[in-house]
Design a protein around this ligand. Structure first.
Ligand SMILES: Cc1cc2nc3c(=O)[nH]c(=O)nc-3n(C[C@H](O)[C@H](O)[C@H](O)COP(=O)(O)O)c2cc1C
Length: 184
């Protein structure tokens, strides 16, 4: 299985990245390919609403940036992992810009293409307790569900104000590794 992971936190190797990498560790132990990308390093300013993807002027996206290069790889992947910190009660801006750039995976009239049937895992991290922002996970499930993707797990980390806060919650890292190991 080819797994592509995206981390929407500008904190290098912060809580979100550590959980996503733990999923990757488990997945690699089960023989899966795992690649992780930091969305904050991609200078992705989001969709320009040029409609080139909808009018089929381009295969994927008319924007000349690193994310456009990755879109065909997403089409080819079996599983997408998306990790985001909770920023102002929602996904981070880097994450939202990434999600907007998935529009090439919608045909006109919003019919999903290329993503249906792929698995996905979400990871969210917040300073507040985990129960406070399940709305962010619900939003991501709604969005990936719209693309007819298959939920392979949601990890919701809370109480994570410090960059290394997750090191004090080894049970979450274990849950992440197990989730990756069980991917089929
Ligand atoms: C701009 C900004 C906004 C934030 N907004 C929230 C919030 O609305 N609720 C919350 O519980 N934590 C909030 N936080 C804290 C982060 O969600 C938390 O520290 C998270 O673990 C960061 O993940 P990271 O280590 O992967 O960057 C915010 C942090 C920043 C920098």
């Amino acid at each position: 299985m080819k797994i592509m992971a995206f981390v929407g936190s500008p904190r290098k190797n912060g809580n979100t990245a550590k959980i996503v990498n733990a999923i990757g560790k488990g997945a690699q132990e089960s023989g899966h390919e795992f690649e992780v990308y930091n969305l904050a390093e991609m200078n992705n300013k989001g969709c320009l609403a040029c409609d080139a993807c909808q009018s089929k002027k381009v295969d994927f996206c008319a924007i000349d940036d690193k994310l456009t290069i990755l879109l065909p790889k997403i089409a080819d992947a079996d599983c997408i992992i998306l990790g985001t910190p909770v920023y102002m009660i929602h996904v981070s801006g880097h994450t939202k810009n990434f999600l907007d750039r998935l529009r090439p995976f919608l045909e006109q009239h919003n019919i999903p293409k290329q993503l249906p049937g792929k698995k996905y895992i979400t990871v969210t991290c917040s300073g507040a307790p985990a129960a406070a922002f399940t709305n962010v996970t619900e939003y991501l499930n709604q969005l990936f569900g719209y693309f007819k993707m298959e939920n392979a797990g949601n990890i919701i980390g809370g109480g994570l104000n410090e960059k290394d806060g997750i090191m004090g919650q080894p049970e979450i890292l274990k849950q992440a590794e197990d989730m990756g190991r069980k991917l089929r």
